[in-house]
Ligand binder design. Sequence first.
Ligand code: SAM
Ligand code: SF4
Length: 351
Amino acid sequence: MTTVEMGIPTVRSSVSLDGRPDVDQLVDRFGRVARDLRVSITEKCSLRCTYCMPEEGLPAIPAQNLLTADEIVRLVDIAVHRLGVREVRFTGGEPLMRVDLERMIAGCAERVPGIPLAMTTNAVGLEHRAAGLARAGLTRVNVSLDSVDREHFARLTRRDRLPSVMAGIRAAARAGLAPMKINAVLMPETLSGAADLLEWCLHEGVTLRFIEEMPLDADHEWARDNMVTADRLLAVLGERFTLTEHGREDPSAPAEEWLVDGGPGTVGIIASVTRSFCSDCDRTRLTAEGTVRSCLFSDQEVDLRSVLRSGAGDEDLAQLWRGAMWNKWAGHGINAAGFAPPQRSMGAIGG
Ligand code: SAM
Ligand code: SF4
């Protein structure tokens, strides 16, 4: 065991593969198969959402510890061709903070043609890059937007950037980055604006999904008694809209869908805390420093970066990755007595 800069226990190469079937997939002991790769590419961000980042931002990752664009392309190639990954999503921090994002996407598009390349973004500045990103090979974006009230937005993100976000959403739609989804984290201070946000999204023709706040804020202020639950949101939305239960897109999709006023518009709710979907989880995560993280809530990470830089071959890296996922735990345990939040916050893991 070694320790990386952020104080996360990192396993270098001794992950146990005992009992693992010899398949080219990221299977775990509970029979789940990870096909959805989230790649965090930076800890930097243009916003400071209170449920995610500290006011001063996250501690900077030294440049030499950040995966380069070429290293990311290589690891994505390994994930797809040796580990059965079927979708790649770039996240952060804010992925648009990396100036080499277009080059990274183009490299991935060339090496893994046909694999959807998506991005989760706050859309600040996307207005100027959406067309170029689409040309590079980006296929879809999910935009995080919690409020269409400029004051609420500025308070929640500690930055007055709502006009830039809205311009970014429209530019992404024009660039064909579709289907676009808007993600909104539920907070008590924005609950009263939830119906306005839904109305705006229906008007713009984008799908909205609300996400229950998880104990992944850097300030460690999350409190169960204070969080807005899916049930509370449904009651608030029900005052303006008629919602009809519509199930899930597919069984492993985290969002439960509701038809709004008979459809065709829908709204989704990702009840990560009150209706956990860990048993269907199909995600594997790569942090910006090049460690594999099998679960948002597990601090044990497997270091690929130093192995990659020591000259390891693709199969050695793939085997380390298989071991990291084989040892994934059953679930996040937020609702269990004695639950302790992980050391990394959402912005430092990649949501
Ligand atoms: N900066 C980009 C963005 O905001 O879309 C990508 C990174 S952000 C960490 C990814 C997602 O995590 C966002 O949708 C954000 O709302 C969500 N998120 C951050 N902190 C969260 C928390 N404590 N609970 C639930 N979701 C959270
Ligand atoms: Fe930045 Fe995204 Fe975290 Fe907001 S949720 S602070 S936009 S990384």
